[in-house]
Ligand binder design. Structure first.
Ligand SMILES: Cc1ncc(C[n+]2csc(CCO)c2C)c(N)n1
Length: 223
């Protein structure tokens, strides 16, 4: 029998390929991504990351398996200590202040991506929500592994690439894959189909997130 995550990964392949080929990723690698686009991405991603951490805690509350619960809670803590902390260095270098973050409205795609993950949990179930978290871990790891071979001539972009190629990070991706397969094992066919949809939609939002940054997407109206 095909492993569930292999099946959904294969279904998402055309979307992932478009992320690998996206100008945002190419320009990170070449060092030509304009700093204002990267700054915009980091500010939008700051919002995404804090909601992503909260989602780990909310999903953990609904997971029975002690090991899975503990992994999700550790993930939430890891986001506070790790991913978000790493970003602090970027923020200081690019002079992004907490005030600027607070003043910047969340853009439509970031808003929709986060709301999609909440909907998977609250209008669906924890299994769907776990599948919705997985592309975030897994896609960035694959991007990190693609880009690390060549690296980027830009020191800041090189550091961004390295974040997603570390052994610790790759380890957490493997654990998230195991958790998703465990959730699928406990699910019936209907929930498994919904898990696949959640995974594909998150993959589509990951792709849209790069374009959101390139377009400096906004609501076309001041809040
Ligand atoms: C839109 C968006 N998608 C994925 C990531 C990457 N990421 C965010 S949290 C996390 C798990 C552990 O740190 C990973 C890999 C990102 N930064 N922004």
């Amino acid at each position: 029998m095909t492993i569930f995550t292999d099946h959904i990964h294969q279904a998402a392949e055309p979307l992932w390929q478009q992320s690998f080929d996206h100008p945002f990723i190419h320009e990170i690698q070449s060092g030509q991504l304009p700093t204002d686009i990267f700054r915009y991405y980091l500010i939008q991603d700051r919002y995404y990351l804090s909601e992503f951490g909260k989602l780990h805690e909310l999903i953990a509350e609904q997971v029975d398996d002690a090991h899975g619960k503990q992994f999700l809670l550790a993930g939430a803590q890891g986001l506070k200590d790790g991913e978000i902390a790493v970003r602090k260095g970027f923020f200081e270098q690019l002079k992004i202040t907490p005030e600027e973050v607070k003043q910047t409205p969340i853009a439509p795609t970031a808003y929709n991506y986060v709301n999609h993950m909440y909907a998977e949990l609250y209008r669906g179930n924890p299994q769907q929500a776990i599948a919705g978290l997985l592309p975030c871990y897994w896609l960035y790891n694959q991007i990190g592994q693609h880009l690390i071979a060549k690296g980027s001539p830009d020191e800041l972009y090189q550091r961004w690439i390295e974040t997603y190629d570390s052994d610790d990070y790759t380890d957490s991706v493997d654990q998230m894959i195991v958790l998703t397969n465990q959730a699928a094992d406990q699910a019936d066919d209907d929930v498994r189909t919904k898990m696949k949809t959640a995974f594909l939609r998150s993959s589509a939002y990951e792709l849209a997130f790069w374009q959101m940054a390139m377009d400096k997407q906004n609501w076309r109206v001041s809040a």
